[in-house]
Ligand binder design. Structure first.
Ligand code: FMN
Length: 327
């Protein structure tokens, strides 16, 4: 590990560290108007939402690194107290990058980047038509921390009105594949938050999982499970009993599965196809011949069930593996 205090680095080095380690950062595409009515459009990745009652978002138009001057967005919003903040999606990422060019204050970045301005309902700054998620906002407060180059101006705003495209909803939620957001990482890196980048993690919600500390030692010490696998096992409220495991084994053994093969070769075929019940059934047959890999193969079945979100199966198989510890 490197152990670094910011005072020992230059400001650009601190900036690079933050950009690399704090990410992916959502991008706010902020539309403001100058006092003279000149539109401004700029992306900011020091951005997030902070509360829903009332809805509050914040972004930071920092002072410019080179001369500590204030950015046009800051100068506009401090005077006019209004902005529209929109989410940035993959099809518009090159255009928002173009909008980040340091054009002088009298240049309308809508024209420069080619995104389309449309009227807002409550505030004066325009919305960006191409974004499927737009928020009309009023300024609550700007919290400035420092006054040198790259110092923060945390611009806290309340959302007065949301404009959301209907087609990004699926089953009542904004679906990541449909909104297709992008986020900022270090240097010139962005990430596209859709497709294979998306996965689900079940929320504990009101449930109180048993926790990592309650997992049997032989499960924690297994070389088969990943840290994520163990986290998922810790998110159950009850660990199955010995009787539950015995019943489970009886059922697996009893279950007639057409075309099932109780061989080691078939076990690996089932593994490739995530057929964890057949995997376990095959191991149980191999176990009768004292197969040396019984524990490992049962754990592989448990892992496969875990990765297919069959936590009940996974727990019972994981506990069953404990019966095959070679002392
Ligand atoms: C994706 C992206 C994210 C950015 N995030 C920030 C940020 O969070 N804060 C900031 O001060 N500048 C950020 N910038 C740089 C500003 O967009 C740039 O300085 C811009 O010219 C400022 O415009 P303005 O003077 O019209 O407000 C970002 C640039 C890009 C491309």
């Amino acid at each position: 590990m490197l152990h670094i205090e910011p005072k020992d680095l230059s400001v650009p080095e601190v900036h690079k560290l933050l950009l690399g380690g704090v990410g992916p950062r959502p991008i706010a595409l902020v539309s403001t108007l100058s006092e003279d009515g000149i539109p401004n459009l700029t992306p900011f990745s020091f951005f997030n939402a902070f509360g829903s009652n009332p809805p509050v978002i914040a972004f930071s138009p920092s002072r410019r690194g080179k001369d500590a001057s204030l950015k046009d967005t800051y100068n506009n919003i401090i005077k006019t107290k209004e902005c529209v903040v929109q989410s940035v999606t993959y099809p518009m990422v090159e255009q928002i990058s173009l909008a980040s060019t340091e054009y002088p204050p009298d240049v309308n970045e809508f024209l420069k980047c080619g995104l389309t301005p449309i009227d807002s309902d409550i505030v004066k700054p325009k919305r960006v038509k191409e974004s499927p998620f737009q928020m009309e906002c009023k300024l609550i407060q700007i919290v400035s921390v420092g006054n040198g180059g790259s110092s923060a101006n945390i611009t806290i705003c309340e959302v007065l009105k949301f404009h959301v495209a209907e087609d990004i909803f699926k089953d009542g939620i904004i679906h990541p594949d449909l909104i297709d957001l992008v986020a900022r990482m270090s240097a010139n890196f962005y990430t596209r938050a859709s497709g294979s980048a998306i996965f689900e993690v079940e929320k504990p919600g009101m449930k109180r999982g048993v926790g990592y500390d309650m997992l049997p030692q032989f499960i924690k010490e297994s070389h088969i499970y990943s840290a994520n696998n163990l986290g998922k096992l810790g998110n159950v409220e009850f660990i199955p009993s010995r009787e539950d495991v015995d019943l489970f084994v009886n059922e697996i053994e009893k279950n007639e599965i057409k075309g099932f093969e109780p061989t080691e070769e078939a076990f690996f075929r089932y593994l490739r196809h995530s057929e964890y019940e057949k995997m376990l059934k095959a191991v149980l047959s191999l176990a009768k011949e004292n197969h040396s890999k019984t524990k490992t193969y049962i754990e592989l079945s448990a892992k496969c069930a875990l990765e297919n979100d069959d936590i009940n199966f996974a727990w019972k198989a994981a506990l069953l593996a404990g019966k095959f510890i070679i002392k």
